[in-house]
Design a protein around this ligand. Structure first.
Ligand SMILES: Cc1cc2nc3c(=O)[nH]c(=O)nc-3n(C[C@H](O)[C@H](O)[C@H](O)COP(=O)(O)O)c2cc1C
Length: 212
């Protein structure tokens, strides 16, 4: 990579266009995502930093309607149980579930990101084991951001959804994946139905609480 100032400036501009242009988009056009384009976006996950360089991330990709529907239904049932436990009214639960199901089923691609517990170090105590699991989860966040930026650079939009974190066993069983895979989050991806509204961002003075 040359370090010519003009090339560097172009590179920075292109990078910032992608970085600042990435926004959460929850509704997409129905157009499918070309498989090579989706695969190239997903490959960016493998460039995330990872604890002990163990690369703990594993992806499950759902593009078939029935597969998305099955996952949405299973996670929806788990969510409904939680909502009923919270005393939420039946009609409200039905509305929430219908909205969430539509978002998954209508998204051209749904990607579930898991961490593989088999890649983690083992400790006899909960303190260090929890830290080890958190490291994997942090690395999963970096991998997700890589995918979102790689997708953004290809004209795709995405939305990070936390639902799998609340019912990991349901997700593992529904997807039929190894029990060592711990679902951390899912991404919906597609071509944006409309541009997202502007969003405020923390100013540097709010972000950096101390600089000695
Ligand atoms: C850990 C995490 C969990 C999130 N879960 C959800 C979710 O379940 N549903 C959703 O619509 N958006 C979810 N988001 C997206 C956020 O709402 C979004 O990133 C935030 O509003 C900022 O908007 P931006 O992504 O356009 O900058 C999640 C984001 C993160 C980082």
């Amino acid at each position: 990579m040359t370090d010519e100032p003009s090339t560097r400036a172009e590179r920075l501009t292109a990078f910032e266009q992608v970085l600042l242009g990435r926004r959460t988009v929850r509704y997409y056009r129905p157009d499918p995502i070309p498989a090579d384009l989706l695969a190239a976006s997903l490959a960016a996950a493998a460039h995330a930093p990872s604890p002990h360089h163990r690369a703990p991330w594993r992806l499950v990709v759902l593009t078939r309607r029935e597969a998305k529907e099955r996952l949405a239904m299973a996670m929806g049932e788990a969510w409904a149980d939680d909502l009923r436990g919270d005393g939420v009214a039946t009609e409200r639960i039905a509305a929430l579930l219908a909205g969430s199901r539509a978002r998954l089923v209508e998204a051209p691609a749904v990607v579930v990101l898991c961490t593989d517990e088999a890649t983690l170090d083992r400790y006899p105590d909960a303190r260090r084991q929890t830290a080890e699991q958190m490291m994997a989860a942090q690395s999963a966040g970096a991998a997700l951001q890589n995918i979102m930026l790689a997708a953004q650079a290809r004209g795709l939009a995405s939305c990070w959804m936390c639902a799998p974190l609340f019912c990991p066993e349901v997700v593992t069983a529904t997807l039929g994946i190894a029990p060592t895979l711990r679902p951390q989050a899912l991404l919906t991806l597609g071509y944006p139905a409309q541009p997202p509204p502007p969003r405020s961002r923390l100013a540097p003075a709010e972000l950096i609480v101390r600089w000695d």
